[in-house]
Design a binder for this molecule. Sequence first.
Ligand SMILES: NC(=O)C1=CN([C@@H]2O[C@H](COP(=O)(O)OP(=O)(O)OC[C@H]3O[C@@H](n4cnc5c(N)ncnc54)[C@H](OP(=O)(O)O)[C@@H]3O)[C@@H](O)[C@H]2O)C=CC1
Ligand SMILES: CC(C)=CCC[C@@H](C)[C@H]1CC[C@H]2C3=C(CC[C@]12C)[C@@]1(C)CCC(=O)[C@@H](C)[C@@H]1CC3
Length: 345
Amino acid sequence: MEKVVLVTGANSGIGLALCERLLTEDRQLRLCLACRNTQRAEAARAALLTSHSGARVDLLHLDVGSVLSVLSAAQEIKARYNRLDFLYLNAGIMPNPAVDIRAFFTGFFSRNIINMFATAEGLLTQQDRPNSDGLQEVFATNLFGHFLLIRELEPLLCQPGHASRLIWTSSSNARRSAFSIEDIQHRKGKEPYSSSKYASDLLSLALNRHKNNQGLFSSVTCPGLVMTNLTYGILPSFLWTLIMPIMWLIRIFTNTFTLTPYNGAEALHHLFSQKPESLDPRAKYHSLTSGFGNNYTETRQMDVDDEMSEVFFSKLLQLEKVVRSKQSQRNAEDKANQQYVHHAE
Ligand SMILES: NC(=O)C1=CN([C@@H]2O[C@H](COP(=O)(O)OP(=O)(O)OC[C@H]3O[C@@H](n4cnc5c(N)ncnc54)[C@H](OP(=O)(O)O)[C@@H]3O)[C@@H](O)[C@H]2O)C=CC1
Ligand SMILES: CC(C)=CCC[C@@H](C)[C@H]1CC[C@H]2C3=C(CC[C@]12C)[C@@]1(C)CCC(=O)[C@@H](C)[C@@H]1CC3
């Protein structure tokens, strides 16, 4: 039976490389690229079809940072497919990043150097802001939009006698100390990216606890440090040009500098061929590249606990209720306005 796979943020970087790799692996695949930008999505589809002519590649408009877009995309998915085998929750943003130069040099001349290059711990801050749904943009995009999508797609994902898989693109930048259960959207801090990725680790654990008995299995990956639009946005382009040779040099000493999107997609691709029973709900699956350029996947235990993941899960369910009721109110207002205009004409 053909597998149905949907990838969010599939038009560039790790998401696009993953699609390439999945089509090479399985010619029967029915692949859906869920993207917010139609032009870029069409370009990605054309590129995939150039290397895999005759492949079944669908496009879907989805802005994971918008409640309305998630709800309407979910309707469309339910109308198009009667099953979803894999849902890759990959779209992500890191807006207005800033590197703490002093922390960089302190870390560079300390024993923490390897960890600093692998996780960027203490190096990166971002500026976040509320979006038009009143949610913090990073939280909404990297986590909540995906959560809402999963909730909407439960009828497809939780089917008796059939296993479905969720695969999150998290990060080794996910850190417990950047996340607060009292401030799940990270309104007050300066590390919304790290917080949102830690939140995805917590959510994955909770989803496994609640949904494994309904045939839904969730896993978390880290692609390593990959040169994509997201990372290029961290430093000015001339600086990247200057330090790129150093990056390739560092790669010899650390396996987390996967650097290319193909390498970064290793763990996401690896999970595609794993049986649900073999998955570890507390593990993060890391894409790694050796100094000789060989790719492999390594599992490392996440710093997550059941109690916090449970509290977080119930907070997300509460927020979902609020967001849904706001959305129905908006829909009702729009309808009333339309009727008013119609009568006035
Ligand atoms: N690069 C790295 O070193 C690492 C990346 N990651 C994670 O990997 C994932 C992919 O990022 P990466 O490939 O690096 O970067 P890219 O910027 O190349 O890819 C991000 C993708 O997400 C899409 N996206 C962003 N916001 C939205 C939205 N609101 N709705 C729908 N799609 C959206 C982008 O679309 P558009 O083209 O329209 O912007 C793009 O396709 C992210 O979750 C990131 O956090 C994790 C660890 C390391
Ligand atoms: C001056 C030199 C040689 C390097 C530049 C330093 C940083 C720009 C760089 C060091 C560690 C990197 C890193 C990320 C971004 C770029 C760095 C901060 C990430 C945060 C990118 C996104 C992720 O999710 C992480 C896994 C990356 C961790 C390492």
